[in-house]
Design a protein around this ligand. Structure first.
Ligand SMILES: [Zn+2]
Length: 267
């Protein structure tokens, strides 16, 4: 392989893989925000975690057809939905920039199963896929108020599920831990990674914006406000215990706040 291999250094790193995004009304982030009525660019991310026992993906962002033929993925819901994904803005080309192929990923962890997090699962039939059991049950039969956020073709066949019932220490060494953070969906989970310089807590959609989590402001799209409140308290308790850096997936200022793969990473 002629690619520079950034990822196989033997040390733990986390690469944030930018995977395009969509244009969403500010009301989804906070229905009472002063900018409601304004569309904002909502980024998608997958994360590669390098670990001595194997490469891990946390979430798989959007399917490449969301950009080129959204109706084939979303049906009529695509009419009101504008995706912006360039040819490299999905998981497989982003891995390639790091010198990796899908076969180099042994474990995929899904925070939850909304379509902007599951799109590339079909490229990982060889991997074990960790998901909370309650999330899989919910996604297979979603209530009407969340049905539009799931694309069952992303996850309804050919995957090697590892169904979790609570916390999981992924490699048994304490370095990568799944922590249930329900509220956005019933089986939503976050990932606590014990990186050498500072622990990183990937919160996925535990809130869309960290500033709104701090203020205890409910987003416009959720499953349970009470579960969200409990999860936010738990997240901040872990933050106090570990001094972890908190990172949500859809942060609007990602261009300045998130390290740019392949050259930059969390370590
Ligand atoms: Zn979501």
């Amino acid at each position: 392989m002629t690619n520079v291999s950034y990822a196989n250094t033997g040390e733990m790193r986390v690469y944030a893989l930018f995977c395009g995004g969509d244009f969403m009304d500010m009301a989804v982030f906070d229905p009472f925000d002063e900018n409601v009525g304004t569309k904002v660019f909502n980024p998608y991310f997958s994360y590669l975690i390098t670990h001595p026992k194997g490469n891990v993906l946390f979430d798989t962002a959007g399917h490449p057809d969301l950009a080129t033929d959204p109706h084939s993925r979303m049906g009529d819901a695509a009419d009101a939905f504008v995706v912006k994904m360039g040819p490299d803005d999905w998981v497989v080309p982003r891995l390639k920039q790091l010198g990796l192929e899908p076969a180099d990923i042994s474990t995929v962890i899904q925070s939850h199963l909304h379509f902007d997090h599951t799109g590339a699962l079909g490229w990982f039939p060889h991997a074990r896929v960790l998901v909370q059991r309650t999330e899989l049950d919910f996604a297979m039969n979603p209530p009407v108020y969340q049905a539009g956020a799931f694309i069952s073709a992303d996850f309804d066949s050919g995957l090697n599920w590892d169904r979790l019932d609570g916390e999981r220490d992924v490699f048994g060494d304490g370095t990568i831990r799944c922590i249930p953070t329900p509220g956005h969906t019933p089986g939503h989970q976050s990932l606590l990674i014990d990186l050498p310089s500072r622990p990183l807590f990937l919160l996925a959609d535990a809130h869309y914006l960290l500033s709104k989590l701090r203020q205890r402001v409910m987003p416009g799209f959720l499953w349970s406000p009470d579960a969200l409140l409990e999860s936010w308290d738990r997240i901040e308790e872990i933050e106090r215990q570990t001094n972890a850096r908190l990172v949500v997936t859809h942060e609007l200022d990602f261009e300045t706040s998130v390290p740019k793969s392949p050259g930059e990473f969390y370590s």
